[in-house]
Design a protein around this ligand. Structure first.
Ligand code: TMP
Length: 212
């Protein structure tokens, strides 16, 4: 029987260096000889990418807070069925740029939707599927937003104020404390070398206890 792959997610607020460190984590997995499928949320499928545009774009199609969470989970349902479950079942590992912890942080803590409403959707859409490991790149929004503001164009989330991103951060940190064995929290305020050293160390020790 094929051993099921592991499901790793990467989370963080704006400007924390998610893309660079996602590539770094992917390289560590490849070095370890692990076949990894890299994907992202919202997105990862044709339907998910179409929903991503609806979520990120301002203008007449911009969703309400409730529509927003339903769209996030619609994209996730498709992503699980089309990409995540088939990969894990085939023994591949999945490295996903954001997953449901982002929904608790952004739609829950920051937008104010109840945790129990999100938990209901989570259970409907995911059943028992949960990440095996979640890496949080943690950075005070006062720093992250300065980095993110240098980007060419800001999306519908990136234009939110610092208070919004303080709640996002609080959401992630609260969740990491509730379930610490699933989380690897990295201080993303160090220089890139320091971040990647911490990431490599944390990841190796997780691999030693959970990786096979
Ligand atoms: P990204 O640009 O970091 O890939 O993510 C796109 C945005 O989507 C980001 O601002 C966070 C937001 N988001 C949510 O609000 N809820 C979610 O469940 C996910 C996965 C992302």
């Amino acid at each position: 029987m094929i051993e099921r792959g592991k499901f790793i997610t990467l989370e963080g607020g704006e400007g924390v260096g998610k893309s660079t460190n996602l590539a770094f984590l992917q390289a560590r997995l490849l070095d370890a000889g692990i076949d990894v499928r890299v994907t992202r949320e919202p997105g990862g499928t044709p339907l998910g990418e179409a929903i991503r545009s609806l979520l990120l774009n301002e203008g007449p199609t911009a969703p309400s807070a409730l529509a927003e969470v339903l769209l996030v989970f619609a994209a996730r349902a498709q992503h699980i069925q089309e990409v995540i479950e088939p990969a894990l079942a085939a023994g591949r590992w999945v490295l996903c740029d954001r997953f449901t912890d982002a929904t608790y942080a952004y739609q829950g803590f920051a937008r104010g939707l109840s945790q129990s409403a999100i938990a209901t959707l989570e259970s409907l859409v995911q059943g028992s599927l949960q990440p095996d490991l979640t890496v949080l790149l943690d950075l005070p929004p006062s720093i992250g937003l300065k980095r993110a503001s240098q980007r060419a164009e800001l999306d519908r989330f990136e234009v939110e104020d610092e208070a919004f991103f303080n709640r996002v951060r609080e959401g992630y940190l609260t969740r990491s404390l509730e379930n610490p064995e699933r989380w690897l929290v990295i201080n993303a305020g160090q220089d890139l070398e320091g971040v990647q050293r911490a990431l490599a160390q944390g990841f190796s020790s997780w691999m030693a206890s959970h990786g096979s």
